[in-house]
Ligand binder design. Structure first.
Ligand code: KG4
Ligand code: ZN
Length: 347
């Protein structure tokens, strides 16, 4: 078909989202609606996402978000070519809620159902926002994931390396908690870091001595904890300036690790001699301006295009799921009502 219109549904973590994306061959894709209900407030008292609370909230909000996405797009279900839904990986209760919702809509409307891998959703976003051509190098960094991929096609992703322990977003969130900043930790650390000195604390750059693209962030978190404890022991508490300095030092360390490892991933990727080489970054941590700027510099040094989606498309959303579903649909890859939710599902 020349024109495809897809409804996307996302509920794998703590955002309930629905979106409509349209693509006319030869034109840039268009996001007709992109609705997100963030659950951050619901989990605020618990210091992390509570799976049971998340699943209930998804079950309550999914139909509302689907309705909002359709209304905003000015279309109805019968205008859709297919319904795409995140079928994993993620928190099983949430993924099941989304899959059940999509199955109901598909069964009721007779529209095809497409199960999408959440990571593929993030990894294909640069094609939605910038029509990037394959193959491109992707750094996927979020609260739950951290990996380098070469995207060869909408269905083929080659993993070059990733974290051996925490994801960077998880480290941002834990460090924020340790130094008394609100969740989610990424944005609050980025904000606090603006007033801090990134050289105030000597924090490690783990695994840079080791070849390859694997990364580690848990030691960095522990080192930040020690720096915090030293300050508390010396002065009885943390001042806002201390929070700022710890934030800036931590953010600089994460930025250095990601940049240095991207340099190595880039060398592997460039061996493929891509026609229009590009580095793309996606996932919640890709919203960080220090990380974006540093990767952009690296790309400039190598004359490689750099792209990062707008912030709203870095964090979890359903437009990326609609788009990934659209790419699958074009390849003839559709599912049926036997589609199952998969808590673990590597790309
Ligand atoms: O992709 P995402 O919305 O959810 C998944 O994990 O799949 O990513 C959320 C993560 C959180 O850990 C959050 O702290 C982090 O992304 N994050 C950031 C920033 N904004 C969000 N990390 C660093 N800097 C930011 N500005
Ligand atoms: Zn995500």
């Amino acid at each position: 078909a020349q024109t495809l219109t897809i409804l996307g549904i996302e509920s794998s973590c703590d955002d309930t989202a629905a979106a409509v994306v349209r693509h006319i061959v030869g034109q840039p894709p268009e996001i007709l609606s992109n609705e997100v209900f963030g659950q951050t407030d619901l989990h605020a008292d618990f210091g992390g996402v509570v799976p049971e609370i998340a699943a209930r909230a998804h079950a309550e909000k999914l139909d509302v978000m689907v309705e909002a996405a359709l209304t905003t797009s000015g279309l109805t279900l019968s205008d859709m070519d297919a319904i795409a839904v995140t079928a994993g990986p993620g928190l099983i209760g949430g993924v099941m809620s989304g899959v059940m919702c999509a199955k109901g809509l598909a069964a009721g409307s007779g529209k095809p159902l497409i199960g999408v891998n959440h990571l593929a959703g993030h990894a294909l976003t640069p094609r939605l926002t910038d029509q990037l051509e394959f193959p491109y190098l992707m750094l996927l960094v979020s609260g739950g994931h951290c990996q380098f991929l070469i995207a060869h096609s909408a269905t083929k992703f080659q993993r070059l390396g990733g974290t051996i322990d925490d994801a960077p977003g998880e480290a941002f969130d834990k460090v924020a908690k340790l130094i008394g900043l609100p969740q989610p930790g990424g944005p609050s650390i980025e904000q606090a870091a603006k007033d801090g000195d990134p050289k105030s604390h000597k924090l490690p750059r783990p695994l840079l001595d080791r070849d390859g693209c694997d990364m580690s962030f848990s030691g960095l978190k522990t080192a930040t904890l020690r720096a915090r404890d030293a300050l508390i022991a010396a002065q009885g508490g943390l001042h806002p300036q201390d929070q700022a300095n710890l934030s800036a030092s931590f953010q600089a360390a994460v930025t250095d690790v990601l940049t240095e490892k991207t340099r190595r991933a880039l060398a592997q990727y460039l061996e493929l001699e891509p026609k229009t080489p590009a580095i793309a970054v996606a996932g919640g941590v890709a919203a960080n301006q220090s990380i974006r700027a540093s990767l952009s510099d690296l790309a400039d040094q190598h004359n490689v295009r750099f792209t990062a989606p707008p912030l709203k498309l870095c964090t979890d959303n359903a437009a990326m799921i609609a788009w990934a579903g659209l790419e699958r649909f074009r390849l003839g890859l559709i599912d049926d009502l036997t589609l199952t939710a998969r808590p673990r599902w590597p790309l």
